[in-house]
Design a protein around this ligand. Structure first.
Ligand code: ATP
Ligand code: MG
Length: 779
């Protein structure tokens, strides 16, 4: 039954088998930490733990999904299915919805994304008549976020002399007041931002020991991956839940701590054995991912950091090739060199395109690589950048969805009260906002009874507001009854957005139409997926909870075509690829200019470089450009100091003559580019991340649209094709599913409406399909 234990080395097995108390696995990259967690869960399931009594917290939802699939293969789909696995944010938002009332929220509370939070901060700064050049919204938001991650509530903030002094020194003495207003406004809007999801969980468990005990008793074992990047709030919640029983296992690598700008605290891992007195410490030393050269290179690099736990890491894989370093004349040439190399390895060594990753420090760097890949027709997938859910038209539609589920949502309300235009101007909105602020209620409440909140309106405006109120009220009623997809379609039409964007076929409107269609199709896929999993009625609120917490790596599953991956190093954490290109190794880019101020920041950048190099299995390449376009002008760059941190024995240093074009040719091209490009390029929009290149892994974004675009059908969902009847299907058959791709049926059970098939898909793992709803064909 536990054959899988043979797939572990001695120290990994020891770590998996120790389940008598708290444990900490601390080890370098690629040494099997995530594998230990996965196998431990399987082992616990085989040794009396019920799936719902195990809670595993991962860095992305995708990581959780993959872990679950792996465990399903070891212990069976049925048991793996009920495990509690996901990011801190997604798991605790589920708990918060269930317990919302204890905190004065409703179960349908909205989750504000980073853009919503910033917009609210801006509004408050304006209302307080503060100068937004001094009170920069991004900075204010960062300070509020930091306070929340340290579990500091507004009152405590205002009473904390040290914080107040720091704000005064930073010339933002009224920050505590903004924080308080922000806090109240979120509550009035029945909304939580990302940090609130942690903070309120902590408060819930602190103020309601009965609720804390309930979950502590339910989760008999808690496991955390990437523990080095947890913040104080996350650490405290884990402690609340495990203090009594102490069954907790965390794994991490201090050398890969890269999220301190978001409050991650490396001390959590360093102090673990102090927090949990009886904790057993396990170390893993063998790297199974990378060649010896890559492991040695990474070791030599991280040794330059002063603050670290000493670790041995070795590899018994092949020695491998030295790490190639490419020097390019310009950023454009860097793109070409990298794509040439990809094409070459693909053709000569037989790597598929999904065996390649291009990793960069900031999202803005992706564009050059996209262009180069497109030129060569190499398929790629880009993570990050301006996400699907941040596009204006998508946000507009989603704002209607949000209001239908929670009409108190202030950000959604402000977004669409006059979109499409219905003659409600800023003056009217100003009156409503003023009354809402004065009476400490939501805008929606004021809208419903303007007179009782002292808002004077003329007849015409009153009628227009009533029209909007009636529309939303109706949506609210429908949201309780209709399924998400049907309602979504209805809302797109009834809100007037459909008419607005379908009025002409201008290129902008065409692209908006496509985006809305993608959105609606995505909803249909979501509903189908849920139905196949056995929940026939999928509400809009389910859909919204899902999309609010999509992360960088949460992609559509079952992608048929292999693609090169483009992502920031931050989002590549935990992943591995046969061939990795770490690009843009230049001073003032990597390390980032922000880091030169302190050695701590510089060490974090170096850890980031360590993360990048250790993603590679077979080949790693480093590249830099000698000139680059930044903010619309050409800048000259020096190679990154990090290149010198790697022992030269593991590097293949540039030999310019060997790199494709000859030097004179390059110089003349470079001059041409320099004269041309200043008006050709604008900085790429990078979405709402608080820190360029430090993407928020738990931002709601990175929607990967469904593979095929379909037009919005006019008819009801009955127009959707039904899956074949169960009759023809049996184990051993192959099917092609509309979303999951090809797979083999391993089991068929139940009959009639309840007939289910278990299918092992080639790319999407094991799925159970409820045949009544499933969309597939037998092949
Ligand atoms: P990171 O620090 O990057 O998160 P990690 O320590 O979590 O890395 P894993 O991702 O668990 O490492 O493992 C790295 C790779 O090595 C994976 O492909 C994993 O399947 C493989 N691996 C780990 N342990 C073994 C083993 N005992 N035998 C064979 N392969 C192994
Ligand atoms: Mg890992």
């Amino acid at each position: 039954m536990t054959d899988y234990l043979n797939e572990l080395n001695e120290s990994q097995r020891e770590a998996v088998l120790y389940n008598e108390g708290p444990s900490l696995v601390i080890a370098g990259a690629g040494s099997g930490k995530t594998r230990v967690l996965t196998y431990k869960i399987a082992y616990l399931l085989d040794n009396g733990y019920e799936p719902w009594s195990i809670l595993a917290l991962t860095f992305t939802n995708k990581a959780a999904r993959e872990m679950k699939e792996r465990i399903a293969r070891q212990v069976g789909q049925e048991r793996a299915r009920y495990l509690w696995m996901g990011t801190f944010h997604s798991i605790f938002s589920r708990i918060l919805r269930a317990e919302a009332e204890a905190l004065g929220f409703t179960p349908n509370f909205t989750i504000y994304d980073a853009t919503d939070s910033k917009s609210l901060v801006k509004t408050i700064i304006k209302e307080m008549n503060l100068d937004d050049k001094v009170y920069k919204p991004g900075m204010v938001q960062g300070r509020i976020s930091n306070a929340k991650n340290h579990l500091v509530l507004p009152e405590a903030y205002a009473a904390n002399a040290e914080l107040i002094e720091a704000d005064r020194a930073a010339k933002v003495p009224l920050l505590h007041e903004i924080y308080l207003r922000y806090w109240n406004r979120c509550r009035q809007s029945d909304a939580m931002d990302f940090d609130d999801l942690l903070l309120y969980t902590y408060l819930l468990f602190r103020t309601r020991p009965d609720i804390c005990d309930k979950y502590a008793a339910r989760f008999r074992y808690i496991l955390v991956d990437e523990y080095q990047d947890t913040n104080f709030a996350q650490h405290s919640i884990v402690l609340q839940l495990t203090q009594k029983h102490q069954f907790v296992c965390v794994v991490g690598d201090d050398a890969q701590s890269i999220y301190s700008f978001r409050g991650a605290n490396i001390d959590n891992i360093l102090n673990f054995t102090r927090t949990y007195k009886d904790a057993r410490l396990f170390k893993l030393e063998q790297n199974y991912r990378s060649t010896q050269t890559i492991v040695n290179a990474a070791n030599s690099l991280i040794a330059k950091n002063r603050d670290q736990i000493q670790k041995e890491v070795f590899s018994e894989k092949d020695k491998g090739e030295p790490i190639g370093v490419f020097a390019a004349y310009s950023d454009v040439e860097e793109g070409e060199i990298v794509t040439n190399k990809i094409a070459q390895l693909h053709a000569k060594s037989g790597y598929a395109y999904h065996d390649f990753a291009i990793l960069y420090r900031t999202n803005a760097q992706s564009r050059i690589f996209e262009e180069a890949l497109r030129k060569r027709s190499i398929p790629y997938r880009i993570y990050g950048g301006l996400s699907f859910y941040q596009r204006k038209e998508v946000k507009d539609v989603v704002a209607y969805f949000r209001l239908a589920v929670n009409p108190h949502d202030e950000e959604a309300f402000k977004r669409v009260i006059n979109y499409p235009a219905r003659g409600i101007g800023n003056t009217t909105l100003g009156k409503l906002t003023e009354a809402a602020g004065r009476c400490e209620v939501s805008l929606w409440k004021v809208l419903c009874e303007p007179l009782s909140y002292g808002v004077e309106l003329n007849k015409g405006t009153y009628t227009k507001l009533q029209g909007f109120r009636d529309l939303i009220s109706e949506f609210v009623t429908l949201a309780r009854e209709q399924d998400a997809y049907t309602l979504g379609m209805e809302l797109v039409k009834r809100s007037g957005i459909m008419a607005e964007i379908y009025q002409d076929r201008s290129p902008e409107n065409m692209s908006r139409q496509e985006n809305i269609e993608e959105l609606v199709n995505g909803m249909r896929d979501f509903c189908d997926g849920r139905q196949e999993e056995g929940s026939p009625h999928v509400l809009l609120s389910d859909y919204l909870s899902e999309i609010a917490l999509l992360t960088d790596q949460d992609e559509e599953q079952g992608e048929a075509q292999p693609k090169v991956t483009l992502m920031t190093i931050h989002s590549a954490k935990g992943l591995e690829f046969p061939n990795v290109f770490v690009v843009g190794l230049e001073e003032n880019l990597f390390p980032s200019p922000l880091s030169s101020a302190s050695y701590r920041a510089l060490e974090e950048e170096r850890r980031l470089f360590y993360v990048a190099v250790t993603r590679a299995e077979d080949h790693c390449y480093l590249s830099y450009a000698k000139s680059r376009f930044k903010y619309g002008k050409m800048e000259f760059c020096n190679p990154s100091r990090f290149l010198k941190d790697i022992d030269v024995r593991y590097l293949q240093v540039p030999q310019e003559e060997l790199m494709g074009t000859r030097i004179e040719e390059k110089a003349s091209r470079f001059r041409k580019e320099a004269s041309r490009a200043s008006y050709e390029r604008e900085p790429r929009e990078t979405g709402p991340s608080m820190f360029d290149g430090g993407p928020m892994p738990e931002e709601p974004h990175r929607f990967v649209p469904p593979r095929t675009l379909r037009r919005i059908p006019d008819a009801s969902p009955s127009a959707a094709p039904a899956g074949p009847s169960a009759g023809g299907l049996s184990a051993g058959m192959w099917i092609e599913h509309e979303r999951f791709g090809k797979g083999e049926v391993t089991r068929v059970e139940g009959n009639g409406d309840n007939c289910k098939a278990t299918v092992q898909f080639q790319h999407a793992g094991v799925k159970q399909l409820l045949l009544k709803f499933a969309r597939f064909k037998i092949i």
